[in-house]
Ligand binder design. Sequence first.
Ligand code: AMP
Length: 377
Amino acid sequence: MHVLVLGAGQLARMMSLAGAPLNLTLTAYDVTTCTVVHPLTQVARPQTLEQAIADADVITAEFEHIPHDILEICEQSGKFFPTSLAIKAGGDRRIEKTLLDGAGVRNAAYAIINTRADFDQAIETVGIPMVLKSALGGYDGKGQWRLKDRAQAGAIWTEMQACLNDSKQQAIVAEQFVPFQREVSLVGARNHQGDIETYPLAENIHIGGVLSLSTAIDAPQLQTQAETMFAAVADSLDYVGVLALEFFDIDGDLLVNEIAPRVHNSGHWTQQGAEICQFENHLRAVCGLPLGSTKLVRETAMINILGEDSLPPEIMAMEGCHIHWYGKSQRPGRKMGHINLTADYPGQLQRKLCEIAKYLDKAAFPAVHQIAHDIQD
Ligand code: AMP
């Protein structure tokens, strides 16, 4: 079968690698350059998007910021999974919030801001402290403001106004600040028949809004809550493919922060830690193949490589250390690759995290150093 992926980044690359053993061949459409490319080499193919759509058996997406006209063309072909509504919900926080409310899933109290009057009202209804997020185009903590004190309102409004002036479609979502203990996420797959398979939860550490470290955890009570919310969201969208839900854990109660209608960075650990990884399961779901087991086979932690294009050889030599580079040119803070560190049992994984920290730069890998410090304390 031939699959066209909208988006040509590392997620399309890893999908392509996972699909090869099943004879699933992938082509990617780079939405920024409007070219059809090879998902591994990025070499352009002499094809228009329309030709690539005609050639594909199935069309899917690896990111949510896709122009709506492209989504419509793909959906009209009848080959696109998940639906364009699911993709739009991932790319527009207003749609996301409406969807979560409609599915009866707990999320942070919020208000939509288009004008200064809306902002003043949100300060009253949502309250301070407050997190303000651009509705469109924001990810990895970009396009966000924190209002901790009423005195900051004027300065923050000036910045938000500039953001609102960028596009008529833009708005700001004001969200109650959630005093969470930790962040976790659930990645799972739903097929055409509505069957769902979810992976174990991952605990995630973000630094500056960007995922730094993600570890599969065994938390039965949280897992049950997360799976219930996952099913509510996935069923409400008649979702087909891999979906990720990010949560705040407040004293054992989960609140959804975000949904990602695609394979997710916090699911990269499944490449080594689960029976069938998220990339293969996404392809299985959209291609109408049986879903694969999501069972944990090894304790695994995923370390994002941000802005670095090489690692000390001692890391590659470590047992249970799997390096995945994305073939990108170096830029500060850019997601360049990740490391999946595996172990036979949790205590061994902790020891390995302490060991790997010795070889990793503190500034580039702050979460690993923080964890190693906490473990050794
Ligand atoms: P997001 O882009 O919505 O995932 O936000 C990036 C990061 O900001 C999250 O991973 C949280 O660490 C933090 N954050 C987002 N929303 C809130 C909130 N309502 N309360 C507290 N922290 C938040």
